[in-house]
Design a protein. Structure first.
Length: 344
């Protein structure tokens, strides 16, 4: 009897939760359609006949709606609709957001059009666009053969590409349009990658290449040459599981063989990482550790740093030093900066 009542109650609770979930889904769908309807009406009023709907993105408490300019594969215009979509109308903050998004989107489209015109012609393979936010501050992912010990000749090959890129920008190009942020991947064994037929804001990097080591750099609107000392390792490579495990294992081995002992903190990540001043295959990092660990008292307080040199070519991680008492009286880290170029 009791078991039957419990079963019935459990079934009722399950159906109640399912009903709540279905109501939430229906409500979300209704809110999405309301956002689309309001945004489309506003876009047509502000830019008659110019824009067409591309998609929506659910945010924490509203929808972003994305439009494209008809016949333009490079431009995307994304703006947030009010939580109450009925407030998204002419002469409202929603219309202000649309105009700002239109300006950002058209600026990014002109920049992307110039990249497509210039880079493939000078032998640089563009692979994808990242961090775009649908504005002109996006990062272009390219493939370039950087020498391990001297990267400047390869980077100098970009100089005519940059000049060609700027020559096809609009005459009134902004400093952000004239600047470039680049993520550089090295060629895969077997030759250079094939460039996409058209690089757009929808062109993403293949999953198989996203975990490769890559390097970030950039150039401002007044510069015409990228110096090798500006290269830095993309932080995604450093936070990957394989890299972290190698560094943590090396740090634990070093501490196990040291009379002072110590234990690497849980979920340790590289700290203060630097790329070697000349070489692409040498990275230096700290891994933080603890003198003592007390079970049941949460994460340990890191007070040790193990300095490591990671030789990517040889596949070795070499502990260089164990530094103790690494915090000041306020608990702030006081580690000496490692030699080399910055990361991230």
């Amino acid at each position: 009897m009791i078991a039957g009542l419990k079963g019935r109650a459990s079934g009722l609770a399950g159906r109640w939760l399912l009903s709540l979930w279905l109501c939430a889904c229906v409500s979300a769908c209704a809110d999405r359609q309301a956002a689309i309807d309001a945004a489309t009406a506003l876009a047509e009023a502000a830019y008659p006949g110019q824009l067409e709907l591309v998609g929506t993105h659910l945010q924490k408490d509203h929808y972003d709606v994305v439009f494209a300019i008809r016949g333009d594969p490079f431009t995307r215009i994304r703006f947030g609709v009010d939580r109450d979509a009925s407030r998204c109308r002419p002469a409202s903050p929603c219309e202000d957001r649309l105009h700002r998004a239109y300006a950002d989107g058209t600026a990014a489209g002109a920049k992307l059009r110039a990249l497509n015109a210039a880079f493939p012609r000078c032998g640089v393979v563009p692979l994808a666009v990242q961090d775009e936010g649908l504005g002109p501050g996006f990062t272009a992912v390219i493939e370039l053969d950087l020498a391990v010990q001297d990267q400047q000749p390869a980077l100098d090959r970009l100089t005519p590409c940059i000049a060609a890129f700027r020559s096809v920008l609009p005459p009134v190009a902004t400093p952000e349009q004239q600047s470039l942020k680049l993520r550089i991947l090295l060629p895969e064994p077997g030759g250079a990658a094939r460039a996409p037929a058209l690089l757009t804001l929808d062109t993403t990097l293949a999953d198989a290449r996203s975990d490769e080591i890559s390097f970030l750099t950039g150039i401002g609107p007044e510069a015409d040459r990228i110096p090798a000392e500006s290269l830095r390792v993309h932080p995604a490579f450093l936070s990957g599981r394989t890299m972290r495990d190698r560094l943590v294992d090396a740090a634990e081995t070093a501490l196990a063989g040291d009379p002072g002992g110590g234990q690497v903190a849980t979920l340790a990540f590289p700290t203060g990482t630097r790329l070697d001043p000349q070489r692409l295959d040498v990275i230096r990092s700290y891994i933080l550790a603890c003198s003592t660990v007390r079970k049941g008292q949460g994460p340990c307080r890191t007070d040790i740093a193990v300095r490591l040199r990671h030789d990517l070519g040889a596949g070795e991680v070499i502990p260089e030093a164990i530094i103790r008492d690494i915090r000041d009286a306020r608990g702030n880290l006081r580690l000496s900066p490692l030699p080399g170029r910055g990361v991230g």
